[in-house]
Design a protein around this ligand. Structure first.
Ligand SMILES: [Cu+2]
Length: 301
């Protein structure tokens, strides 16, 4: 059994086009080499002036036209079913952001990797929080751009249990290559059980949960190492040089600065970091949540 319902159509088109290309590659090369000898100066000293050959011209027009129509036909019939998801498909929001995928299930469960039941159609609503991404599941032979506010979707029916890669196939900035996760296909009964098990976050700081949910840790580490944003380690209370409207200013990293940076991330960038990479979280994280984030940052010494 194939990994998804689209594997057969996509693979058939691919192998057919590759086969036709290969036949032409070999055929043209053989004829070319043959002509090299057959019509060399030695074998054919007097050149013949050939003005036209109706039969040959009809043949080399009609055959390639038919082949190209065939390529189009199988490409189209393989692609067309991808455009309309079945009505009864399970709808999951697939959210791309710099640089992390998250998946939101109808009951509100949010995960970092995708889990779906076998043999049931699944529709992914593709949502970008920032720049263009592209959700790509090679084993399923599907890929679709994730463009902000474009309302794109993709759907599939997984047909084989297992875990497969999900990647981002649209260069979306420095850590694009880290937008890597998985899709796991399981029986309906296991899937139902999985849906009901929430990870136990009661012992985890709520601020950390917010950081994880919003992909903050894709850019800000907790161990002091430098990514595209400053590390959170020991950041509270330090003095930093920030750039405000091109002017350098010395500030102390306090609650007000961190909260302002979540709301207006590009207003006061720490010197040495790039402008414009972070989006505003004003509409995404509540005021209470922002305070919990700062509470958590205070614990990372
Ligand atoms: Cu991406």
């Amino acid at each position: 059994m194939n990994a998804s319902n689209f594997v057969e159509g996509v693979d058939f088109s691919l192998y057919m086009i590759m086969g036709i290309s290969l036949v032409f590659l070999i055929g043209i090369t053989v004829v070319m080499v043959y002509f090299l000898f057959r019509y060399s100066k030695k074998n054919n000293p007097v050149a013949t002036n050939i003005s036209h050959n109706n039969t040959l011209e009809v043949v080399w027009t009609v055959i390639p036209t038919l082949l190209v129509i065939m390529m189009f036909w199988y490409g189209w019939t393989g692609y067309k079913p991808m455009l309309t998801a079945p009505e009864d498909a399970i709808e999951i929001n697939a959210i791309g952001q710099m640089w992390k995928w998250s998946f939101e299930y109808p009951d509100g469960k949010i995960t970092d990797s995708l889990v779906v039941p076998i043999d049931e159609p699944v529709k992914l609503n593709l949502i970008s929080k920032d720049v263009n991404h592209s959700l790509y599941i090679p084993a399923f032979r599907i890929k679709q751009d994730v463009v902000r506010d474009a309302g794109n979707m993709m759907w599939f029916t997984a047909q084989k249990k297992g875990t497969y890669d999900i990647l981002c196939a649209e260069y979306c900035g420095q850590l694009h290559a880290y937008m890597l996760t998985t899709i796991t296909v399981m029986d309906r009964s296991d899937f139902d059980k999985w849906l009901l098990t929430e990870p136990d976050l009661s012992n985890q700081h709520p601020g950390l949960t917010i950081l994880q949910r919003n992909a903050c840790l894709s850019c800000h580490t907790r161990d002091g190492s430098r990514l595209v944003g400053p590390s959170f380690k020991g950041v509270m209370g330090t003095s930093e040089t920030v750039v405000i409207n091109g002017e350098e200013t010395e500030i102390t990293v306090d609650r007000a600065y961190i909260i302002e940076s979540m709301k207006n991330p590009n207003a006061a960038i720490v010197k040495g970091y790039q402008q414009g990479l972070m989006i505003s979280y004003e509409q995404i994280i509540s005021a209470e949540g922002m305070n919990q984030v700062v509470d958590y940052l205070e614990t990372i010494k």
